[in-house]
Design a protein around this ligand. Structure first.
Ligand code: GDP
Length: 354
């Protein structure tokens, strides 16, 4: 048994800062690339535990987190169609979610929609109260932890922030959740942490990352156990035409192993599609991408968690949100799998949610 990194997605109302937050998380670790910083996947970014330890070491120590998971695996594209179409399915793509709310605007329609999805899939989540720099009088401290920056604010600014946090606590209460500012939470299994952040300056990001790690290690390790030799399970994020490659699918593999030449099953709008993998692609490191026109490198196999691009015949009508399964040789297993896939209705009518 191997433990994989938890898959984390960012949800929230449009313009509340999903893209800016993901950019910051990626950017703050890119500097560390040479020290084994980040691993770029197709559609996702993985931050290994060593890097996380370097960025938020003392918070991790304070939360007495043991590093049993290899890192955090962030889905790059927020509000992806895959999440919308997954609504009608029996499972969620993410193990953990960040619900982002503009602290000055509060809850908006898509915030409620996101909460409903998190409830439906019972996905553990953290609320981040973004754009604290817009609170009147807030003094920005680039890259500081929230607590450090908060201590240096004028008392009236501190009070204003807490009033806004309590607005969120009230809204979450109406939705059936107990919550508190993260440093006042005494039971993480029953209370949701609210972390005030500024996605632009990075204030509060160390606490956010440490908290995600803590939650994953406390509550998710069983779910994160993968079967390294089992046929892979994944979800299609996107179906894309690529020059020279034809129609490809970008997918996140969350269990098992997938190999070049494997037979896979996916869904188009109504039917099962069976095909054979022609190639599995990963992104080339950025430095190499600059020197050549190539964006991808071919690999023979990958083990979960991974974000990959697959080329194969018959992918034209596959839909984002579709499950992806490697078919094993045993006939029984295949029959069972086909039944499972046929029961899934992929919902393609919805407009984007996040
Ligand atoms: P998304 O639609 O949720 O992905 O939101 P974006 O990340 O695109 O952010 C929407 C706008 O808010 C952009 O103009 C961002 O620059 C801005 N923004 C995001 N986070 C912050 C923040 O912490 N502070 C401030 N002042 N602006 C922010």
């Amino acid at each position: 048994m191997k433990i994989r990194s938890p898959i984390v997605s960012v949800l929230g109302h449009v313009d509340h800062g999903k893209t800016t937050l993901l950019d910051y998380v990626r950017g703050s670790t890119v500097a560390d690339r040479e020290a084994g910083g980040i691993t770029q996947h197709i559609g996702a970014t993985e931050i290994p535990i060593d890097t996380i330890n370097k960025i938020c070491g003392n918070f991790i120590a304070r939360l007495s987190i043991k590093d049993t998971i290899p890192g955090l695996f962030f889905i790059d594209t927020p509000g992806h169609a895959a999440f919308t179409s997954l609504r009608k399915r029996g499972g969620a793509l993410a193990d953990l979610a960040i619900l982002i709310v503009d602290i000055n605007e509060g809850f908006k329609p898509q915030t409620y929609e996101a909460i409903n999805i998190l409830k439906m899939y019972k996905t553990p989540f953290i609320v981040v109260a973004n754009k604290i720099d817009r609170i009147f009088g807030w003094e920005v401290h680039e890259g500081a932890s929230f607590m450090e920056s908060f201590k240096q604010q004028a008392p009236v600014v501190q009070t204003e922030l807490d009033l806004k946090v309590y607005d969120l606590v009230g809204k979450l209460h109406e939705e059936g959740f107990q919550s508190e500012r993260f440093d006042r939470v005494n039971d993480f299994s029953s209370q949701i942490s609210i972390i005030p952040i500024c996605a632009k300056s990075g204030e509060g990001i160390v606490e956010l990352i440490a908290m995600l790690l803590g939650l994953a290690q406390e509550y998710l390790t069983e779910q994160l156990e993968i079967h390294e030799d089992a046929p892979a399970k994944g979800t299609v994020l996107e179906v894309k035409e690529e020059t020279g490659l034809g129609v490809t699918v970008d997918s996140i593999i969350y269990d098992g192993v997938i190999r070049d030449g494997d037979e896979i099953a996916l869904m188009d709008t109504n039917n099962l599609v069976k095909t054979k993998i022609r190639s599995i692609l990963r992104p080339l490191p950025l430095e190499e991408m600059r020197d050549s026109k190539k964006k991808f490198k071919k690999v023979d196999e990958v083990v979960a968690a991974a974000g990959i691009k697959i080329t194969a015949p018959n992918l034209d009508d596959v839909v984002s949100g579709s499950p992806l399964r490697v078919l094993s040789d045993e006939e029984d297993a295949e029959a069972e799998l086909l039944k499972e896939l046929e029961d899934i209705t992929v919902d393609t009518d919805d407009e984007g949610l996040f």
